[in-house]
Write a protein that binds this ligand. Structure first.
Ligand code: SF4
Length: 417
């Protein structure tokens, strides 16, 4: 059990985070209840900048899925989606979100006083991350009889070729007339350029936050990243996100200068690949502190770094950012990407989370752990669980496996790549 005296202090920025999230959701609620502004639902890696430039309030159902997971209510709702024909084997963000909707409830009520999820005027998906999002949004399109539009992305790319880029550029351009029609606002390239500029600034700051993982001891671990990534996901077209990350970066700089460790007496440094197990973040964080393990970096939280964004070429750069997304890439590319982060963060081991209902963010099913182990001599562990469906996760089994893995690491203490 974690000793309270060893518990790291929460980052002071958490208070500001709560404030800006509350403001975001109250603006959504206001737009939804008064109709003062149109609401677009967007996938989390979709080009939200286009929606901001067209005056939409942007809502991200995956964030709602994560909230259902973090509040451990998700598992209660999956059966409602199953009764409507959605298999419990598909994405548990999807099934818990649709299930909660069918039951007429949402954790947004308790957290932010919202009556319900905001009704969409348009649903905008990008299936670069997975096919599920399209079917998820289609459910609401049928329910509310509202338009659904999106980008059908090339996938499994070793490299991004001109043909891939042109395909996405053309698709984005083709969506503009529908967005103009729904928003009643004429498309303006300068506004798009400004939205891309803000997103780019957000990306630069979020990358810097994650790069603090290079310090030893690290002032922030994966479990904090999962919380503090919220502005990079849902506010990245907005100035508040930039101000927030400036303050967080100041706090992290101060922490490093003063040797503040997120994991007291930091021992082994580990990389997390795969989705968070939202309902077990605290349990896993406490376990890692007990074991003096710092999970310093992850593929998942890096997914909201969009280096390609460029306000001088807004549409082209949004298309490139979409295609550079980790989920879109081939196994070889993913392996190289992970190797680079392992080296940058001086990590000595990897834990792969095999999430039952998200094959797209699970990278352990086609022998990648074995290849990385063979090529780099780095110990790897696969734990089985899920992002939201806690029936797929055994706390006892995970604890036993992680403890045994750490014992194994004690025998190879210098195995950093
Ligand atoms: S990437 Fe995975 S978790 Fe995210 S929406 Fe798709 S299936 Fe669900």
């Amino acid at each position: 059990m974690v000793n309270p005296k060893n518990s790291p202090q929460p980052l002071k920025s958490t208070k500001e985070l709560k404030t800006i999230l509350r403001r975001y959701f109250s603006e959504l609620e206001e737009a939804s209840s008064t109709g003062s502004r149109k609401i677009a639902w967007c996938t989390s890696i979709g080009p939200c900048e286009l929606l901001h430039a067209m005056g939409f309030e942007v809502y991200y159902p995956e964030n709602h899925g994560a909230l259902l997971g973090a509040t451990r209510t998700a598992t209660d709702y999956i059966s409602f989606a199953a009764a409507a024909g959605y298999s419990p084997d598909i994405c548990s963000y999807l099934t818990s979100d649709i299930g909660a909707f069918l039951k007429g409830t949402t954790p947004l009520t308790q957290a932010y006083g919202m009556k319900s999820v905001p009704k969409a005027d348009i649903l905008f998906y990008n299936n670069n991350q997975c096919r599920e999002v399209q079917d998820w949004f289609k459910f609401y399109a049928r329910k509310w009889q509202v338009p659904i539009i999106g980008i059908n992305s090339p996938r499994v790319l070793d490299e991004v070729k001109e043909s891939h880029l042109n395909s996405v550029i053309n698709q984005i351009t083709d969506l503009i007339p529908t967005l103009e029609q729904i928003s009643g606002i004429k498309f303006d390239m300068d506004k798009l350029s400004e939205a891309v500029r803000i997103s780019k600034e957000c990306t630069i700051r979020w990358r810097k936050v994650l790069e603090y993982a290079a310090y030893s001891p690290t002032p922030m671990t994966f479990f904090d990243h999962c919380i503090h990534m919220a502005p990079a996901v849902i506010l990245r077209g907005k100035q508040e996100a930039l101000d927030y990350y400036d303050h967080l970066l100041d706090e992290l700089s101060h922490a490093v200068d003063n040797g503040v460790a997120d994991v007291p007496e930091e021992g082994h440094r580990i990389y997390w690949d795969g989705m968070p197990i939202w309902g077990k973040l605290r349990m896993l964080s406490d376990l890692m502190i007990d074991l003096q393990i710092a999970i310093v970096a992850s593929t998942y939280c890096n997914s909201w770094i969009f280096d390609a964004l460029d306000p001088k070429n807004p549409i082209e750069s949004m298309a490139l950012a979409s295609l550079e997304c980790f989920n879109v890439r081939s196994e070889d590319y993913k392996e190289t990407y992970i190797k680079e982060w392992l080296a940058f963060c001086r990590v000595g081991a990897i834990i792969f989370h095999d999430a039952k209902t998200c094959p797209y963010n699970t990278n352990s099913r086609f022998a990648m752990p074995m290849r990385l182990k063979d090529n780099l001599g780095i110990p790897t562990l696969v734990i089985h669980g899920d992002l939201n469906d806690l029936r797929c996760f055994s706390e006892e089994q995970a604890r036993t496996n992680i403890e045994a893995f750490v014992e194994q690491l004690e025998e190879v203490p210098s195995s950093t790549v």
